[in-house]
Design a protein around this ligand. Structure first.
Ligand SMILES: [Fe+2]
Length: 249
């Protein structure tokens, strides 16, 4: 990979859980938090903004309308994946850019500054075999490092509540498949509403982004909100080396 192409700056915004229709205090805060994050991310020099799933809370058309209207303010390239709260058909209906579902799933590859970025769909609670096979095949075509975004962490993370109640359902298959992709080093996920960094073995690291809605305490067995501070993740590759930092607002 040449010098020119090795620079990449991505902002990752996760688990926005928009609930625009209902005006309850927590929902107002969810929207306000989201707007705060958008305004912060907007100020940064970025090649791409990735929304890593759970865009809307209740599979409601109105919420996707609110979501897509708000992200228009970014005025930067953006893309998204879906999470377990999302509905791909509604997203397809409301997205201002055409999206292409394959068997109802939203997975694709996109090149930014020559970096191959992969986006997989775990919205059903699993990452399907056809996606894993597709990614293996596509990643093999790439000479340099590839990067993966997916909503669910592909492994357990040491988050007591989320690991026990909301983990990806086919972890062992997924870990096996990802370990075979030798040019994959970093996997960026959301879903756990926590900032985490997990060693997945074979030189692969999972970076969990916090939510813009609220954060969950990883040290409790029960659902326990640790903070309502919204956050987003900065991902930066310079000369091929990754640095990443979570910004809490
Ligand atoms: Fe989720």
């Amino acid at each position: 990979m040449g010098m020119m192409s090795s620079f990449l700056k991505i902002g990752q915004i996760s688990d926005t859980h928009i609930r625009g229709k209902y005006v309850l205090s927590q929902d107002v805060m969810t929207l306000q938090n989201f707007v705060k994050v958008i305004r912060d991310v907007q100020k940064k020099d970025l090649d791409l903004v990735v929304f890593s799933g759970d865009l809307a809370e209740n599979r409601a058309e109105e919420d996707y309308e609110v979501f897509f209207k708000l992200i228009e303010e970014l005025k930067k390239p953006w893309c998204f994946i879906s999470g377990n709260h999302d509905n791909n058909l509604l997203i397809e209906k409301k997205s201002p850019v055409p999206i292409h579902l394959i068997d109802g799933k939203l997975f694709y590859k996109r090149k930014i500054n020559s970096w191959p970025l992969f986006f997989l769909d775990s919205s059903s609670g699993i990452i399907s075999n056809d996606q894993l096979e597709w990614m293996k095949m596509e990643a093999e075509k790439e000479k340099g490092e590839v990067i993966l975004f997916v909503h669910h962490p592909p492994c357990l993370c040491g988050h007591r509540f989320m690991d026990a109640n909301h983990a990806l359902q086919n972890i062992s298959e997924v870990v096996d498949a990802l370990h075979q992709i030798k040019n994959l080093k970093s996997i960026f996920v959301g879903h756990y509403h926590s900032e985490m960094k997990v060693d997945m073995g074979c030189g692969q690291t999972v970076y969990v982004a916090p939510s813009t809605q609220m954060q969950l305490d990883p040290n409790f067995e029960e659902f326990k909100i640790s903070s309502f501070r919204p956050a987003w993740r900065m991902i930066e590759y310079k000369d091929g080396a990754l640095s990443t930092k979570v910004h809490f607002l």
